[in-house]
Ligand binder design. Structure first.
Ligand code: RIB
Length: 278
């Protein structure tokens, strides 16, 4: 049976389709793909390697030409990168061994936490993402580097484990509110958790930013509308998507991209959620 060489379809693997950051990356991918006559097939993998494998199979059987994986690469990953599968890692982490597009997560986190330190904060809490998530590891290293630069001793008691979703930010705020002494500022490893934490602190009668500062990560649109508006790291989500799609299409068309790793600029956006400690 005749089979066209190219299916003009690319697969995009998403760990969490409900997160607005990923939605924006996907819209950047769609833009480039559509312009070039490619269809995008979305695979919500819920962070599961088994589900990822099903989509890899689609490329193996030529139902799709290549994969953009939005799950940051881990050393244990069995499937990607794989020699015979064309793939790009979008929103990757340090040390990704394949074509990848990301921001400097370590530098961005360091910048945010250094700003809190410059405002006078010394007890800075963290709402972390999933422990083994590479973005969590990179951002955590940035947090620690900022503390080390200012000679502030790292205190593991100030780290509350979250999972990058709203609910964990709310429960983290509850835990911080009963700590003695309480931190005066929080670095949240994404906006979803930060926004839920703002609600959680308000429920406990802790006023922001007077009694507690908070910084997020991503710059979701809602960060401009919550009260207080959220200081955060702005990731160029759509651009990450566009660049990843351009890279994958280059590979599909047999061209060699100039660089393997593209690090796009982020921005530190200062809004109402931070102030000097009382
Ligand atoms: O997995 C969720 C997080 O990872 C997002 O909020 C974004 O920060 C991404 O890097």
């Amino acid at each position: 049976k005749f089979r066209a060489k190219s299916s003009k379809t690319i697969v995009v693997l998403v760990p969490d389709i409900a997160n607005q950051f990923f939605a924006s990356v996907i819209s950047g991918i769609e833009l480039v793909a559509q312009n070039r006559g490619y269809s995008v097939l979305l695979g919500d993998t819920r962070d599961s390697a088994v589900r990822e494998r099903e989509f890899v199979r689609m490329v193996e059987t030529k139902l799709a030409d290549g994969i953009i994986n939005l799950r940051p690469y881990k050393k244990e990953d069995a499937i990607l990168p794989q020699d015979d599968i064309l793939s790009v890692s979008a929103s990757s982490c340090e040390g990704t061994p394949s074509y990848s597009v990301r921001i400097d997560n370590v530098g961005a986190a360091k910048k945010a936490v250094s700003h809190l330190i410059a405002l006078g904060h010394k007890r800075i809490g963290v709402i972390s993402g999933l422990k083994e998530n590479p973005h969590n590891i990179d951002r955590f290293n940035g947090y620690k580097a900022a503390l080390a630069d200012a000679n502030i001793t790292y205190d593991p008691k100030l780290v509350v484990a979250g999972d990058f979703n709203y609910w964990s930010g709310l429960t983290a705020a509850e835990q911080f509110s009963i700590m003695k002494p309480r931190p005066t500022a929080i670095f949240s490893m994404n906006d979803e958790m930060a926004i839920a934490a703002i609600r959680g602190f308000k429920d406990k009668g802790i006023n922001m930013p007077e009694d507690m500062s908070i910084i997020g990560f991503d710059d979701m649109e809602v960060s401009r509308y919550c009260i207080p508006t959220l200081t955060t790291i702005s990731q160029p989500a759509e651009k990450i998507g566009e660049k990843s799609a351009e890279l994958l299409l280059q590979l599909i068309e047999g061209k060699k991209p100039e660089t393997e790793e593209y690090i796009l600029p982020y921005e530190f956006v200062i809004r109402e959620s931070i102030a000097p400690p009382k």
